[in-house]
Design a protein around this ligand. Structure first.
Ligand SMILES: Cc1cc2nc3c(=O)[nH]c(=O)nc-3n(C[C@H](O)[C@H](O)[C@H](O)COP(=O)(O)OP(=O)(O)OC[C@H]3O[C@@H](n4cnc5c(N)ncnc54)[C@H](O)[C@@H]3O)c2cc1C
Length: 466
């Protein structure tokens, strides 16, 4: 059952690619990465917080997941991601999908026919049915309201999390200011979590999100921030370029340089905690970004190819040429505030601490040392020459993390860790695989989604046949 009307709307069809180990793609490339290396890194990074046996199991199935995609016609290339990760070059594992999105949807349709899979579009799963305590199927509802029952001995829940449900965002992430990175609304409204809980499952304890690595956005904007290949208001770049950021009291809250260098693993949590947050820049910085761009600006301050991994990406981006009109657009739309003096900016925004924060921050800029959060000195850009700007940014996300507690075979667990036979939970609905903040390995989210899909596919099939 798929709530969307067609495959083009399904998130999994739109991804850039999965991380995976021991695949034919990597063997051809000659990379030497092992499951063990990745597993140890991940467990160390997370301090063994997720279900370790499940992580190991999924990593071991990551190759099979990629092989399945190869079999239906996907093409991949092993590629470095734009920000620094532990696994690059001869230890690389990110599988960039070369097949374009329209073609992917066609490949899936052909695969459904070839393997005899019935997919019901425009149909929302509503409930897992049980008979005599055993899984008996799923009750669904078509868009026109008509009801459908699918009889089955095992069920796999994969409804993609709760990004489209403000109530659950507030409950699990502590804020409703989380936007859908693909713009618009998300069909992923936490149905799988509710359905599993109604059938007796419990939720695991970690909640988080897979943040958009292109920076913050704002729902008031007519051209919200998104992937750099699409048109967007370039003023949002001040929400990720490493310049001063403050919260809604005007207090600084993070090492902004880390957000620029590692937007997902380091940048996600502080920006989520303070969403909406505000970039504070002066006219001198605006002029530099419009005329030079971040790469030229920072390489003059000591950044280079060896010490600034993400720099090569910003080299391609160049200067933010349309910045003047983009700032005007943001002012007009109500998410940028401009003022001639800092005092006026503080008054207009209502940020009581702003002038004090800027005074301290400017002193760090002068000293070349961030005494508060330790940001790399090349990011420290003083805020002195008016006019001044406050740019309101909210986080945006590809998906949420957090959901149903499962064992290492993706089987849903009830209280006291009792397995619910026949009920499997995979992808971002699975609460035992993901970690917050997001992993420092690009493609890990989709990788764990398809890896867990393979595990549950085998398990659900065997259980139904037994
Ligand atoms: C555009 C985009 C690009 C991404 N790129 C990457 C990437 O390159 N690498 C990476 O690691 N991660 C990426 N992600 C994050 C994540 O890996 C994907 O979102 C992934 O597809 C999540 O898989 P999933 O199976 O959990 O959910 P989804 O792929 O979102 O699938 C869940 C499906 O369930 C449907 N649904 C919801 N409720 C119901 C219901 N009640 N009944 C029936 N159907 C329902 C939804 O319509 C949806 O199609 C990306 C996400 C997006 C949106």
């Amino acid at each position: 059952m798929e709530k969307a009307g067609n495959l083009a709307a399904v998130n999994g069809v739109k991804v850039s690619g999965p991380f995976a180990v021991n695949t034919p793609v990597l063997r051809e490339r000659g990379t030497t990465l092992t499951v063990n290396e990745v597993f140890q890194h991940v467990m160390n990074y997370t301090h063994w917080e997720p279900n370790s046996a499940l992580i190991r199991n999924y990593l071991e199935h990551s190759s099979e997941a990629v092989e399945n995609l190869l079999e239906i016609g996907y093409q991949f290339e092993e590629a470095n991601f734009r920000f620094k990760t532990p696994f690059v070059d001869e230890k690389g594992g990110f599988h960039l999908i070369l097949t374009d999105v329209d073609k992917r949807a066609r490949l899936w349709t052909e695969a459904y026919e070839k393997y005899g899979v019935d997919v019901f579009f425009n149909m929302a799963a509503k409930e897992v049915l049980k008979e005599n305590g055993k899984i008996a199927g799923v009750a669904g509802q078509r868009k026109d309201g008509s009801k459908v029952t699918v009889h089955a001995k095992s069920v796999i829940i994969a409804s993609g999390g709760y990004l489209g449900n403000k109530e659950l965002l507030l409950k699990y992430l502590g804020t409703t200011h989380v936007n859908v990175a693909t713009r618009g609304k998300s069909l992923c409204t936490g149905d799988g979590l509710a359905i599993a809980q109604k059938a007796g499952a419990i939720l695991d304890k970690t909640f988080g999100y897979c943040g958009c690595e292109y920076g913050g956005t704002n729902p008031k904007a007519s051209r919200p921030a998104t992937q750099d290949k699409y048109d967007q208001n370039l003023a949002f770049k001040f929400g990720i370029y490493g310049n001063l950021l403050v919260d809604n009291q005007g207090k600084r809250f993070m090492n902004e340089g880390l957000l620029c260098d590692y937007p997902m693993s380091y940048g996600e949590e502080p920006t989520l905690r303070h969403s909406p947050y505000y970039a504070i820049v002066d006219q001198e910085y605006v002029d530099k970004m419009r005329d030079e761009g971040l790469y030229e600006y920072l390489t003059k301050r000591g950044a280079n190819h060896d010490n600034w991994f993400i720099g090569s990406y910003y080299k391609q981006r160049g200067a933010l040429k349309s910045l003047d009109s983009d700032l005007e657009e943001g002012i007009h739309e109500g998410w940028i505030v401009k003022a001639d003096t800092l005092e006026e900016l503080a008054k207009k925004t209502g940020f009581d601490h702003l002038t004090g924060t800027v005074a301290s921050y400017n002193s760090y800029c002068e000293k070349g040392e961030d005494e508060q959060f330790g940001a790399n000195p090349w990011y420290l850009s003083s805020v002195k020459q008016g006019p001044f700007y406050a740019i309101e940014c909210e986080v945006s996300a590809w998906s949420t993390f957090g959901g149903v507690k499962t064992d290492d075979e993706c089987r849903a667990l009830a209280e006291d860790d009792q397995v619910i036979p026949g009920m499997y939970v995979v992808g971002t609905d699975n609460g035992s695989m993901m970690y917050s903040p997001y992993y420092d390995i690009p493609g890990f989210c989709y990788s764990s989604c398809i890896g867990s899909g393979v595990i549950a596919g085998h398990g659900a099939s065997a259980y139904a046949k037994a």
